[in-house]
Design a protein around this ligand. Structure first.
Ligand SMILES: Nc1ncnc2c1ncn2[C@@H]1O[C@H](COP(=O)(O)OP(=O)(O)OP(=O)(O)O)[C@@H](O)[C@H]1O
Length: 264
């Protein structure tokens, strides 16, 4: 399996705090890759470095064979990487479908003049964009909410809308930052099915998540961070058995719980 994303020796400091320290890992094309670790371990910082929001002091990351570090955040989607945020970032006053259409514009060609003068080409493209946006709302299961303003949607639907907007950029890799945060159990089940469907459709997934059952159930491999350093990496069964991981993060009780597949 070929490598889609490769990070080598990434380090990031905030003043005196070493948030990432020499972090290296590889994500293979088509896999679902988990990123876990206690609060403050550096997971979001790593996401932010990979998606261009932070510039690391050292190290590099290559995506699909091209350098990722130093790329502007608004260019990241156009190279094939899309993300959702820990705190939902939607245009609250726009409808669900408009939010997805905005994501889609990364892949459309209409220019500024075309948009002002409503040229036939722009109009055709706009119709295609709207059609595709609706399909994506169907794909994530919220098409019946297409015309509702984003902020009026239930929480779980807002998270799914964020995923639809990210998918609209046609990513090779979809990075999800705690997608199950704040979801109840039935919403989490639906989310899990959605991530499985996305992965089944060939999109590589990078998943930060605190819900261990979800991570261990979905991911092919998992990277564990602690204090900005890589503590362990491997398939879920290995990581769950790793004494360092159990001590640092899972706790003996939680490890047993995950192994038996029981939730708290
Ligand atoms: N912009 C920033 N300025 C200063 N310190 C920061 C900044 N962003 C993160 N940090 C610090 O870097 C460390 C890593 O934070 P980060 O948010 O990456 O952790 P995390 O693993 O995502 O945690 P959580 O699970 O709580 O989201 C923390 O100590 C945090 O306080």
């Amino acid at each position: 399996m070929s490598i889609l994303l490769e990070a080598k020796g990434l380090s990031k400091r905030f003043g005196g705090l070493q948030a990432l320290s020499d972090v290296s890992f590889q994500i293979r094309r088509g896999e679902t890759y988990g990123l876990i670790g206690p609060n403050g371990a550096g997971k979001t910082t790593l996401f932010n470095v990979l998606t261009g929001l932070y510039v690391p002091e050292s190290g590099r990351a290559d995506f699909d064979g091209k350098p990722l570090v130093g790329i502007a955040p608004h260019k990241v989607a156009s190279v094939g990487m899309a993300r959702t945020f820990q705190n939902i970032r939607l245009f609250g006053n726009l409808s669900a479908i408009e939010n997805v259409m905005i994501g889609r514009h990364v892949r459309t060609r209409s220019n500024f003049l075309g948009a002002i003068f409503h040229t036939p080409a722009t109009r055709r493209e706009e119709i295609a964009t709207q059609k595709r946006a609706y399909e994506l709302l169907e794909y994530v299961g919220i098409a019946h909410r297409a015309n509702d303003v984003a902020r009026s949607l239930p929480y779980g639907d807002q998270r799914r809308l964020e995923i639809a907007r990210a998918l609209a950029t046609e990513p090779k890799l979809l990075a999800l930052d705690e997608p199950a945060a704040g979801m109840n159990e039935s919403e989490t089940v639906v989310l899990r099915q959605l991530i499985e469907k996305i992965s089944g459709d060939g999109i590589t997934v990078l998943l930060i998540e605190h819900d261990m059952k979800l991570v261990m159930g979905l991911c092919d491999r998992v990277l564990v961070l602690e204090y900005g350093k890589v503590l362990a990496e491997g398939v879920p069964a290995e990581v769950q058995r790793n004494p360092k991981v159990i001590e640092a993060y899972l706790g003996a009780g939680a490890a047993a719980e995950v192994t038996t597949g029981e939730s708290a």
